[in-house]
Ligand binder design. Structure first.
Ligand SMILES: *Cc1c(COP(=O)(O)O)cnc(C)c1O
Length: 405
């Protein structure tokens, strides 16, 4: 039987020499990329499979399970199985050519006339896609303050709402949404819940164990972690008809991640737990030091006790509050832009989650309609010494023109 329509992270995880996800901690599973050994050479690093096609058996069957590389690929599946084990995803995981390809597949799997509830604070590229493309797909989308579960309840259209899309922490304002409570509200209304978990990774939050049906990541960010792969992933709680539709969309629309990127992604995933811990610890230290800085009017970070989502974050996040934070610069927009111009260690660049720290003025990237205040800078904390990161930012903030305006 061809496995091309049935990628599975579950059964393969116990392949020869593989580590069973039930028996070992995430750190161990990641470090050994599930402990798989190449059956031909006994290599401890699985090979990179570049072949686009596979030999048929004499009776025309494909007993290896592989037939053609658009629906499925062995190297891509290695990365999917690691992510599925970390997310505890019963249905497995599906890698796409980008985070946007993964996210938009979910909306494209809905039916015409369906209603979607999405957050006001979310990845701007997906918000813009929903505003521009959802009407063409005949989907109705309401953007709500997802930090308030009652706003989700109020937005439900009985019999029509089919998907609630959560992003927590929300990029870039670090808003926290309660996955368990929103999932209860959605389930009672017959709607699925999908969570964009890019800003935390499965090391800090496992949405499927909190009641969500799907989890999505831009694997471009901390999953790969080295700013050299563009990738996206969906992981599913149930192998149901909706999941099969996502498998069909990826295969039919040709959106799979290539094997070379998947190989690099497996390599990055091996150190994900260490990076996630170090980057969270660094972000917390920066948030604490910046919160008393005279040129900073606010620090947005769920690890700070004064953050409005701190209690929920402390409940649904484990081992840290993530690498992303935002600051509002006391001197306003000009001072914020000038601060970003003056950093030397931080890199003035878009994206998130890499080992190198990045700083960006988001309002000018997101343009009109952004919920981002003009004085806001988004910080993605890498693995450098957090005190070096603070020193560089302190000098930039202190020297910035407009700071004393
Ligand atoms: C970057 C990002 C995306 C989009 O991912 P790409 O890999 O760039 O397509 C989606 N959601 C969040 C939260 C992101 O940060």
């Amino acid at each position: 039987m061809s496995r091309s329509n049935a990628p599975h992270g579950d059964s393969d995880a116990t392949a020869p020499h593989g580590l069973s996800p039930e028996a070992w901690s995430p750190r161990t599973l990641a470090a050994q990329a599930l402990g798989r050994i190449d059956p031909v050479t006994r290599a401890v690093v699985p090979p990179l499979h570049l072949s686009t096609t596979y030999l048929r058996d004499p009776d025309n069957a494909y007993r290896s399970g592989f037939s053609y590389a658009r629906p499925d690929n062995a190297t891509t599946r290695e990365a999917e199985d690691v992510i599925a084990a970390l997310e505890r995803a019963e249905a497995g995981a599906l890698l796409f050519g980008s985070g946007m390809a993964a996210a938009t597949a979910v909306f494209c799997a809905l039916e015409r006339g369906d209603h979607v509830i999405a957050p006001e604070v979310m990845y701007w590229g997906l918000r813009r896609w929903l505003q521009q493309e959802a009407p063409r797909l005949d989907l109705a989308v309401d953007f709500v303050p997802m930090q308030d579960p009652e706003a989700v309840r109020a937005a439900i259209r009985p019999g029509k709402t089919r998907l609630v899309w959560i992003e927590t922490p929300g990029n870039p304002l670090c808003t926290i949404s309660d996955i368990a409570r929103i999932s209860e509200i959605a389930r009672a209304a017959g709607a699925r819940v999908a969570v964009d978990s890019t800003a935390v990774s499965p090391i800090l939050t496992r949405p499927l164990t909190l009641g969500a049906d799907l989890v999505m990541h831009s694997a471009t960010k901390i999953l790969n972690g080295h700013s050299d792969v563009v990738a996206g992933v969906l992981a599913g709680a149930h192998k149901d008809a909706f999941w099969e539709r996502l498998v069909a969309i990826r295969g039919g629309w040709g959106a799979i991640l290539g094997p070379f990127e998947a190989y690099l992604l497996v390599r990055g995933l091996r150190t994900l737990p260490l990076r996630a811990a170090a980057q969270s610890a660094g972000a917390l230290r920066l948030a604490q030091r910046l919160s008393t800085h005279p040129r900073v009017s606010a620090v947005l970070y769920p690890g700070l006790p004064n953050h409005p989502g701190h209690a929920v974050a402390a409940r649904q996040m484990e081992g840290g509050f993530g690498f992303m934070l935002a600051i509002r610069v006391a001197g306003g927009e000009a001072a914020a832009i000038d601060t970003a111009a003056r950093v030397r260690l931080w890199k003035r660049a878009t994206s998130l989650g890499g080992v190198e720290s990045l700083i960006e003025h988001r309002a000018s990237v997101e343009g009109p309609g952004t919920p981002c205040p003009p004085d806001l800078l988004r910080l993605s904390t890498g693995i450098e010494d957090p005190d070096d990161l603070f020193r560089d930012l302190d000098a930039a903030l202190t020297g910035a023109h407009g700071s004393t305006a």
